[in-house]
Design a protein around this ligand. Structure first.
Ligand code: MG
Length: 250
């Protein structure tokens, strides 16, 4: 396994790509509302990418047909935007990546449409907290397993009844969207490779309100919870530094 260490210049380029991802996600979140077709969110993403001279990471990746992944309620990741209309109470995960200056940024957020249930709010907050716990554990000298464990521990030990998805993981990122290493959202502390300054990683906890198992929908893309429980997803691209990790997608 080769984990690519980035130079300061490469990280500077990733910071630009990351900022573009963050700004576009923010724009989409600001406009999301009941009555919108998910396709409209993808159109916003395409327009904002063009404005900034950036390219979509996802479009065409293994044949994925859109700029943005939109996954609703029991959908976990890889939902394809289309004619589905968002409704009050929906829980929407938006996953988005951009390429700028030859480097990638990748991030995800989960938001509620209109008024959402308390259960949904708690799930969203747990998933956001899991990402924060992972970022806190990611510093030079720590091990990758410490990051995985921090995420799992936050979700499954500190909260009640939630499970991290096992079958999809975070990843190294840089020139390519998916680089080494794979970053599971579960694991053992003090295991795996040692993190070094200049590594750039996409941490992305996916948390289910029920069973951790998944199934793939009829479109061969959309990943759903096996038991149709709600799911949430947060992701940041980060750089390992001498101290606290730098979040590149903020
Ligand atoms: Mg990712």
């Amino acid at each position: 396994m080769t984990i690519i260490i980035k130079t300061e210049d490469e990280i500077a380029a990733m910071r630009q790509a990351g900022r573009i991802v963050a700004m576009i996600l923010k724009t989409i979140v600001e406009q999301i509302g009941p009555g919108m077709e998910t396709k409209e969110l993808d159109i916003i993403a395409a327009r904002e990418l063009e404005k900034r001279g950036a390219k979509a990471s996802f479009k065409g990746y293994r044949g994925f047909p859109a700029n943005l992944c939109v996954s609703i309620n029991e959908e976990i990741v890889h939902g394809i935007p289309g004619k589905r209309v968002l409704r009050d109470g929906d829980v929407v995960s938006l996953d988005f990546g951009a390429i700028f200056g030859g480097f990638q940024g990748d991030a995800a957020v989960t938001v509620g449409v209109g008024k959402i249930s308390r259960e949904a709010k708690e799930l969203i907050e747990t998933t956001r907290g899991a990402l924060e716990a992972g970022i806190k554990a990611a510093y030079a000298g720590a091990k990758l397993g410490d990051v995985s464990y921090a995420i799992q521990d936050y979700v499954e030990h500190q909260r009640n009844g939630y499970k991290v998805v096992r079958e999809y993981t975070g990843h190294g990122i840089g020139h390519d969207m998916h680089e080494e290493p794979q970053i599971p959202n579960f694991g053992l502390p003090d295991s795996g490779p040692v993190l070094k300054k200049g590594m750039t990683l996409a941490l992305e906890p996916m948390v289910n309100a029920g069973d951790w198992r998944t199934r793939v929908g009829d479109d061969q893309w959309t990943v759903c919870t096996y038991d149709n429980s709600l799911s949430a997803h947060f992701e940041h691209t980060i750089a390992i530094t001498g101290g606290e990790a730098e979040v590149l997608t903020k």
